[in-house]
Design a protein around this ligand. Structure first.
Ligand code: FE
Length: 153
């Protein structure tokens, strides 16, 4: 019993460290991001741009693996949750369980939308809508330019 309590205390102590490690911030200057990204990636991810539909690397792509934030490498989406929305942008019904995503209200262009950002580096990813497929009913409409696909081995 003592050992059990000890192990429990140990796991509780370890937890905050694990959480803060996964949410470690990545901060760079505009110039640093510009040097790391292509012009399109910079425009979309750092300036809240949108790639033209049916133009990106992943809207019509069905490789198996994980999609990372193009800026900081955080794992955000799995190919398992990808579906063909017909919109011309890669679409996911859910993010990965521990994905560092942040949502913000976006009232630009005369619409009320929910913007999706990477919580580690503040990269603009896209928007989330509630017209996705069951069971989640969510549609994460994400720019290819904000993602970097890593195939499963
Ligand atoms: Fe990021």
């Amino acid at each position: 019993m003592k050992a059990l309590i000890f192990l429990l205390a140990l796991s509780l102590l370890g937890m905050p460290r694990a959480c803060s490690a996964s949410l470690e911030r990545v901060e760079k200057s505009e110039e640093e991001w510009k040097a790391l990204l292509t012009p399109l990636q910079f425009e979309v991810a750092r300036r809240k741009g949108t790639e033209p539909p049916f133009s990106g690397a992943y809207w019509n792509f069905s490789g198996e693996g994980v999609y990372r934030c193009v800026c900081c490498g955080a794992e955000l989406f799995s190919s398992r949750d990808k579906f063909n929305s017909g919109t011309g942008w890669p679409s996911f019904s859910a993010p990965l369980e521990n994905a560092p995503l942040r949502e913000e209200r976006d009232a630009s262009f005369g619409m009320i939308r929910t913007e999706v950002l990477c919580a580690r580096c503040d990269a603009h990813l896209g928007h989330v809508f509630d017209d996705g497929p069951p069971p989640s009913g969510m549609r994460y409409c994400i720019n290819s330019a904000s993602l970097s696909f890593v195939p499963a081995d």
